[in-house]
Design a protein around this ligand. Structure first.
Ligand code: KMH
Ligand code: ZN
Length: 274
């Protein structure tokens, strides 16, 4: 089986220090959390950035500063900025980090409820716009899907030339408004992507490690981190993103799956180091 790529989603846009005081906001905190996760075994850092007070931002300069901080601490890490940003941001706002030509960036392929009254809007034209820009700047998208229909949109737009094949998907499972995080649903999602695609799984909340274990067994990859879950076990807050990554490494080792280095992750995903 292919080696396991671990992604650390170190801060997200929604989770705050009130949920877990280790959630990073400042450039220094973001760099530190990325480094701890990287040293624990993550080869990809999925990156949202914040102002020092915790406000989510897609500001290009803030991304530049955070990416430089991460690169200075872990030069080999694959940095994957979010283009999802936070609910309510405009497309232009969300697309800013792509101008920095990262190796990867997320491409959210559909609209869904996002808990309460929030709606995370990604119309077909938005997906086309983001996909075209990523092709133009040679940025590999991680196609973020919160439900099965979003896989179908991505396949349709890939056939029309807005996304390059082979696609790499992230199944975000357990968001209140998206697909639930159950073994049946994960088998359904993994069976719905085109042959030759790769996938990673982000189990939200208490399902994080259950979905991770299933994905490891199925030959998929794994994302963990404060964006998705702040607990290391029931009722116990994780001390760092690194602690969450370490747990995935332990599960993978017990199940006989080796961890990919960043170089191996680049090979699996067809990335060229810049
Ligand atoms: N913050 C969510 C609304 C992504 O990074 O591309 C969207 C999100 C997805 O986190
Ligand atoms: Zn994200």
């Amino acid at each position: 089986m292919e080696k396991l790529i671990i992604t650390a989603a170190i801060c997200g846009a929604e989770v705050t220090k009130e949920h877990n005081s280790a959630v990073p906001y400042t450039v220094e905190e973001i760099g530190r959390e990325a480094e701890i996760a990287y040293r624990a075994g993550a080869s990809i850092i999925h990156l949202h950035v914040r102002l020092d007070d915790g406000t989510p931002t897609q500001d290009r300069q803030r991304f530049r500063m955070c990416m430089e901080e991460i690169k200075s601490r872990c030069p080999e890490a694959i940095i994957q900025p979010s283009t999802g940003g936070a609910v309510g941001m405009s497309n232009a706002e969300r697309l800013q980090p792509v101008d920095l030509r990262p190796e990867m960036a997320t491409l959210d392929s559909g609209t869904c409820n996002f808990g309460g009254d929030d709606v995370f809007v990604n119309t077909e034209n938005t997906i086309k716009e983001f996909g075209e820009k990523m092709i133009k700047l040679s940025v590999k998208p991680e196609v973020e899907v919160f439900d099965k229909g979003m896989i179908d949109i991505a396949i349709r737009l890939q056939k029309k030339g807005f996304i390059k094949a082979p696609m790499h998907f992230n199944f975000v499972m357990g968001v209140n408004g998206g697909i639930s995080a159950t073994p049946r649903d994960l088998v359904f999602m993994a069976g719905s992507i085109p042959t030759g695609s790769t996938f990673t799984v982000s189990g939200v909340g208490k399902s994080e490690f259950e979905m991770a274990a299933m994905s490891i067994i199925m030959g998929g990859h794994v994302r963990v981190g404060f964006e998705d879950n702040v607990y290391i076990s029931k009722g116990v807050l994780a001390k760092s993103n690194g602690e969450l990554v370490e747990k995935v490494v332990r599960i993978a080792r017990e199940l006989g799956r080796e961890i990919a280095t960043p170089a191996e992750a680049r090979q699996i995903l067809g990335l060229q180091k810049v």
